[in-house]
Design a protein around this ligand. Structure first.
Ligand code: PMP
Length: 413
């Protein structure tokens, strides 16, 4: 077991100074996580020793590359409790995974009498693909209400399911803005009672808490490698085998075929029928190394560490009278969105950057949620295993600098 207390050493990018000599305080892991040396080295080693294309060669390197790629698939399956690695489809990221389900599973099945249930806290990537499906099929989008604390109103969810028309429920496991952890398991149980399939956006949960698809009971799970310390350009769609088998491929080309004729072709089995062309091989290898790294920390410990950090951040930020925090106070993930009264979030983020503190300001690809919060944007600090209480202190100190420049509690400009 590797210790979270000392794991910071494993991340080369964290050991640098920015903004004229200030130590970097990286609080933007919800956008993308930093990479441990083992991931960087796994990818480099692949290129140095094993680089070849997969699945279509008999030479030594091709066999090694194929084995490394498939080993990564098995590691990912194990990590999310999937018994069948063939149900792990490698894609570019969460966005592509959800688009694949929307286009290939939902679009051919839905019509004007059908409904898709979403929540207002979805990332655009779990909203826009469903809008496209609704436009193409005439299906109707319905939204679960939010309670004032930024959690889902489950009574409104129940009412939506009563229509008898709901075919798809697409929900984020953990909000990238509010930190809300949604009761996906209960939601899936209820959705299944009315015959709907459940698509879970796990971009913010798989990297940060134990996720087991058998326990969650969902039908599809989408997540990105780069948010869980893996490389960019690789992500995962996990789906129930019978559903994946029933879906037509989205892209045609090499690798995804069994037999090609001049006018028609037959397709490969899952997952290969969804992996047209040369896949992101080195990235898959890097993702496999990221999975091993997270396993060596223990996902329970990862979650516990973030819970401690977020509790401390809520306490410290909560003591600042001009800081408004969004989202629930309990049972939440390691992101804290807030605004400083009277100061535009982009100005806050710019000043924090001058203090060496990297946060994100903007709508976080959740414009409907911003409208619900009635703000144009928020500042978001997000935590991961390598963050410490001292990072929270640095954030608070940097916010004092914001106050000093703008004046505490200044009126909105
Ligand atoms: N869903 C959520 C909740 C996210 O936070 C993100 C990334 N910000 C995405 C989806 C999209 O992930 P990607 O850009 O890696 O496809």
């Amino acid at each position: 077991m590797r210790s979270i207390e000392t794991c910071r050493e494993d991340f080369p990018a964290l050991h640098q100074t920015v903004a004229g000599g200030r130590p970097l305080v990286y609080l933007d892991s919800a956008a993308t996580a930093q990479k441990p040396r083992s991931v960087i080295e796994a990818e480099a080693r692949f290129y140095e020793r094993d680089n070849a294309n997969v699945h279509r060669g008999v030479h030594t390197l091709a066999v090694r590359a194929t084995e490394a790629y498939e080993r990564a698939r098995r590691a990912v399956a194990r990590f999310i409790g999937a018994t069948d690695p063939a149900c792990v489809v490698f894609v570019r990221g969460t966005t592509e995974a959800i688009n694949l389900v929307a286009r290939s599973y939902a679009q051919p099945r839905l019509g004007p009498d059908d409904e898709i249930v979403l929540t207002p806290m979805e990332h655009h990537s779990n909203m826009v693909p469903w809008q496209m499906v609704a436009q193409a099929t005439g299906a109707r989008l319905r939204y679960v209400d939010l309670l004032p604390d930024g959690t889902l109103d489950l009574a409104s969810y129940e009412r939506l399911l009563e229509s008898g028309r709901v075919r798809v429920v697409a929900v984020t496991h953990q909000s990238n803005v509010l930190g809300t952890i949604n009761p996906v398991r209960e939601m899936a149980e209820r959705a299944h009672r009315v015959g709907a399939v459940v698509v879970v956006d796990a971009a913010q949960s798989v990297p940060h808490q134990p996720v087991d698809v058998r326990q969650l009971g969902c039908d599809f799970l989408a997540f990105s490698g780069h948010k869980m310390m893996g490389p960019t350009g690789i992500g995962v769609l996990w789906g129930r085998r019978e559903l994946l088998e029933s879906m037509p491929p989205l892209f045609g080309g090499g690798e995804m075929i069994r037999e090609v004729g001049l006018f028609e072709s037959t397709y490969n089995e899952v997952p290969y029928k969804f992996e047209a062309g040369t896949p992101p091989i080195a990235q898959a290898v890097g993702l496999g190394a990221a999975v091993e790294y997270l396993e060596s920390l223990g996902m329970e410990q990862v979650r516990a560490h973030e819970q401690r950090l977020v509790a401390y951040a809520l306490e410290r930020l909560g003591q600042m009278p001009d800081v408004r925090i969004y989202g629930p106070r309990q049972h939440r993930g390691g992101v804290v969105s807030f605004n400083v009264e009277g100061v535009h979030p982009h100005d806050v983020a710019t000043i924090l950057d001058q203090e060496g503190v990297a946060v994100r300001a903007g709508h976080h690809c959740a414009q409907p949620l911003m409208r619900w919060l009635d703000v144009p944007a928020t500042v978001r600090a997000s935590f991961y295993v390598y963050n410490t209480p001292e990072d929270v202190d640095a954030l608070v100190r940097a916010l004092e600098a914001v106050r000093a420049i703008f004046g505490a509690g200044a009126k909105p400009r």
